[in-house]
Write a protein that binds this ligand. Sequence first.
Ligand code: AMP
Ligand code: GLY
Length: 437
Amino acid sequence: MNVLLLGSGGREHAIAIALAKSPLLETLVVAPGNPGTDSIARAAPLDAADHPAVAVFCNANRVDLVVVGPEAPLVAGIVDELTAAGIKAFGPSKAAARLEGSKIFAKDFCRCHNIPCAAYACFADAASAKYYAREKGAPIVIKADGLAAGKGVTVAMSLEEAEAAIDGMFSGEFGAAGQTIVVEDFLDGEEVSFFALCDGVRAVEFASAQDHKRVGEGERGPNTGGMGAYSPAPVMDARMRERVMRTIVAPTLKGMAAMGAPFKGVLFAGLMICADGPRLIEYNVRFGDPETQAMLPRLEEDLLALLLASVEERLPERPVRLSTKTALSVVLAAKGYPGAPVLGSEIHGIERAGAMPFVSITHAGTKREGQRLIAGGGRVLNVTGVGADVAEARSRAYAAIEMIDWPGGFYRRDIGWRAFARDPVQLDRITPGRTRF
Ligand code: AMP
Ligand code: GLY
């Protein structure tokens, strides 16, 4: 098969590595790709926002399947347009992608289908939103309705913070995405990312992971796109996975099909595991970044065959086969991130680091300048270690990072802390002196 993968992040490099292993694959093109994907696939200078250009490229290059990495083209309806042009595309339709594209749609959908989530109300003006927030009291959560690149959410610990966030959204901070907002109850618990592969009718369990959103160790500092992840998340034991599939994923599939928008692709449920059970924080309609870098090294079957089965509505009635090993992926970011990153610093040593056993390195914001590999974005590299448990995966990832010579970068040393907090025996197994918690 000829496959076109759209995207340019660490997630897409991890997907490309998994697709490249498939016996079904003839050629792989990644658009626009990055220096990591360039080393295993052909690059094409395509803009995923230009759907007709993508369709023309697919027809000219006999592309059999398009795999869409990021959410924006899905929410904009690329799968509908490609399907209409007779091209198979993995991911949800525009109507189904509203689960991520509109938080109000997602909340109303949950209410309608009894899917557990935080109590909420929607507002189109600041005065009523503030009145509601005052009635509820802090902590409280303020969300822009539309896509805001992960930045449209304020978890306000005080009413002043909540009111400032409401004013910010209605003053146009997030453009059209913030013209209507959701104000919802604060959920207390352990956050986890849960992924299911869907074909419109069936949803099969893929994997769980835990991301680390804050830039600083100990979950301090501003939010980022994610500074590291590991999979599986110990909080997702067999009972919890069954409960999430039954109370969240299955009703989502059923509800979307009933409204004529069957969900195909990856359903990424952002969950809070609360004292009274799992609750949905948000839906995403694609693979997570950096969760994917920690999930795909555990995959023990053909990713391309699975993605094709999703498109062709014939997913197997069983969970995806994954190894019981743990993978832990650390993000290396350019100094300054998540503010303006310092670009252009040179990176050395990734070949050595990537050659270590049970380690893989994926590129995100790297750039080639002649022979030099430099930082070209905020999140630049992911270093992933695989091991029998989280302690071993972690030791491998951090040992590989030490082989990388990049004074312009930084990373968190505490990726995986939730697993260690639950299991002190694992904490004892961390290589002494390397990392502090
Ligand atoms: P998002 O950008 O939608 O992923 O949300 C950012 C983060 O805000 C989430 O990952 C959660 O950590 C947090 N968050 C969102 N909604 C809630 C909530 N109702 N209660 C507590 N934390 C929340
Ligand atoms: N890691 C969170 C996301 O991909 O949205």
